[in-house]
Structures are given as C-alpha cells and as structure tokens.
Design a binder for this molecule. Structure first.
Ligand SMILES: NC(=O)C1=CN([C@@H]2O[C@H](COP(=O)(O)OP(=O)(O)OC[C@H]3O[C@@H](n4cnc5c(N)ncnc54)[C@H](OP(=O)(O)O)[C@@H]3O)[C@@H](O)[C@H]2O)C=CC1
Ligand SMILES: CC1=C(/C=C/C(C)=C/C=C/C(C)=C/C=O)C(C)(C)CCC1
Length: 275
C-alpha cells in the first residue's frame, strides 16, 4: 500500500500505474475526495482522509484509522504538503511564518513517527520527502520558506543516515528537490532570460516523472532539473562573494521579487490562499 500526503494528480497517476493502492491525506475534504474519485476513474484504488498534517494528534489518530480501515500497513510515505506565504518576512504575519514551518517541516516529524515504526518492524518501506532546491541553496525574500525546506532536508538526511547506521536496509529514502514547478505556487518568479533558456520552470509532468524514476530505483537524492546540482555545489565549494556575483550575473539575486509582487496583487484583490 502507498500512503500519500496530498499530491498532484500526475504523481498519483504514476503511482496508480505502478499498481499502488493510495491513501490521500489533505486538509480540505472536497478537493481530496475529488482526487480520490479521479484515481478510481483511472482504475486505481484510493482512500481519502481529511487530515491537518500540522496537528500531531490528528496525524496519529488518522494513521491508526488508516490501519484499521485497510487492515494493512503503509509501505510508502510521500510527504508532499507544502505552503508558501508569499510575503516579505518583515511584512508577514507571525502566524503565517509559523504555519510555513509547521506544514513544511514539523509535519514530517509527526507523519514519520506515525508510520516508520511499522516499516522498521517489517524492514520494508520507503519514505519520500518533497523538499525543494531552496532546501539546498537559498535566495532573497523567502527566508522562512528556505528555513522550512533546509530543515526538511536536514531531517530527511539524518533519518536516512540513521536507517543505514542501524542496518534497516529494507526501508528506503528519497529526497526530492525540485526547482520552480509550474503549479502556480511560485507564479511570477523570474530569472535572467538567457538563463531561463537553460533552466525554464519545470512542467509538473516532467517533475513527477523524474521523481518517480528516482523513487523506483531507491535513489537517495534527486535534484530536478539536473542543472540545479550546480548552484548546490557552488554554495558548498565557492566563497560567499563568488556566489553573490554569480547570483547577480544570473538575475537570481532578485528572482523572487516579482513573485512577491504578484502575491501582493492577489492579496489586494482578496484572493490569496495560504495552506
Ligand atoms: N511549485 C513549486 O515551484 C515547487 C514546489 N515544491 C514543493 O512541492 C510540494 C507540492 O507543491 P505544489 O504542488 O506546487 O503546491 P500545491 O499548493 O498545489 O500543493 C500543496 C498541497 O499541500 C496541501 N496542504 C497544505 N497544508 C496542509 C496541511 N496542513 N495538511 C494537509 N495538507 C496540506 C494543500 O492542500 P489544499 O490545496 O487542499 O490547501 C496543497 O494541495 C510542496 O511541498 C512544495 O513546497 C518544491 C519546489 C518547487
Ligand atoms: C538562486 C539561484 C538560481 C535560481 C533559483 C531559483 C529561482 C529557485 C527557485 C526555487 C523555488 C521557487 C523552489 C520552491 O520550492 C539559479 C538561476 C538556479 C542559479 C543560481 C542560484
């Protein structure tokens, strides 16, 4: 059985093709039921549960319910839920900053605590964390999003080390770090045109395919697109000043400013949604 935190339809499509029975957790029941219906229409098996992954009691209770309802253990956990507030830190209400940490990072603690013991006992399972390239290197204006994703990466890596150190070889881990994906979450983000030719925003389908390829071969880390391994390496190897020059040259020092502006317009129109 596969267990998924709210996930794009395409990712579900891929899991369904692999014969998975999916359990969907989402904070909103309507869209979640709709997703489950679509999976069933594709010939897959899906069960929808309304869960706020930031609420640890809700997570533990729902994990028990899943076990009871299905009579089976969850063998794959995909932590995909994520939020971004889209406001400069100094303008952002404290609650939204906290919420970003809770959804993008704390939720990983609760879901892993809920499902890993069983996986360890059976020496069988897979934990997938959908983090971000912004968990490996940063840029301006997304301090709390970066903090949450760096934390997610740190948590995932330490867990992966622990499983290896304890020789729990049947429980695999995959850390997925995508660049901008064209889902609307970061709409407006802009780098220099010449650079964008080599590194356009990712098509969701491409991102999902690359993530699935990594998951099926138990790859521990995948950066999507491959070119984004470079800034990750540069951050580790080059002096800070060289990275600053590189960022300016590529227009990536202020690439999130237009995203913040676009969000601000949405907020003034009263249509912004967080979580
Ligand atoms: N889009 C991008 O450019 C990138 C995204 N990512 C990461 O990929 C993941 C998916 O993002 P994407 O598909 O773009 O964004 P979406 O906003 O479409 O997906 C995020 C999902 O998380 C769900 N969610 C939010 N809060 C909670 C909660 N408390 N409990 C349960 N579910 C919750 C939302 O549910 P609902 O819609 O019902 O509110 C939403 O469906 C995120 O972790 C994001 O950080 C990484 C790199 C780039
Ligand atoms: C900083 C930086 C770049 C731009 C990165 C951007 C724009 C990342 C956006 C990621 C998002 C939105 C992730 C969401 O989770 C380049 C051009 C790769 C190269 C140099 C360093």
């Amino acid at each position: 059985m596969i267990f998924l935190m709210d996930l794009q339809m395409m990712l579900l499509d891929e899991f369904t093709k692999h014969g998975a029975e999916v359990v969907l957790w989402d904070i909103h029941s309507g869209p979640n039921e709709q997703t489950a219906k679509l999976v069933r229409e594709m010939g897959g098996k899906a069960h929808a549960y309304t869960v706020d992954v930031t609420n640890r009691d809700d997570v533990y209770r729902s994990a028990e319910l899943v076990r009871k309802d299905s009579g089976r253990d969850v063998t794959m956990l995909v932590n995909n839920a994520g939020v971004v507030a889209g406001e400069r830190m100094l303008d952002c209400p404290d609650e939204l900053i906290e919420r970003t940490m809770k959804v993008n990072c704390h939720a990983l603690f609760w879901t892993v605590k809920a499902f890993l013991p069983q996986m360890k006992a059976e020496n069988h399972g897979h934990i997938v964390t959908i983090a971000s390239v912004l968990g490996l290197f940063s840029t301006a204006c997304v301090e709390y999003y970066c903090a949450s994703k760096f934390a997610a990466v740190g948590f995932h890596e330490s867990l992966a080390h622990e499983l290896l150190a304890e020789e729990v070889e049947g429980v695999k881990t995959t850390l997925v770090c995508p660049y901008i994906v064209d889902t609307g979450m970061f709409a407006g983000c802009k780098i220099r045109e010449e650079v964008e030719l080599f590194l356009p925003p990712l098509e969701p389908q491409y991102c999902v395919e690359q993530a699935m390829n990594a998951i099926v071969i138990d790859q521990p880390l995948v950066c999507i697109a491959r070119l984004t391994y470079l800034p990750f390496l540069c951050r580790a190897l080059l002096p800070w000043e060289s990275n600053v020059i590189m960022y300016r040259f590529m227009g990536s020092d202020k690439c999130l400013y237009p995203f913040i502006e676009a969000k601000k317009k949405q907020t003034t129109n009263g249509s912004v949604k967080v979580a």
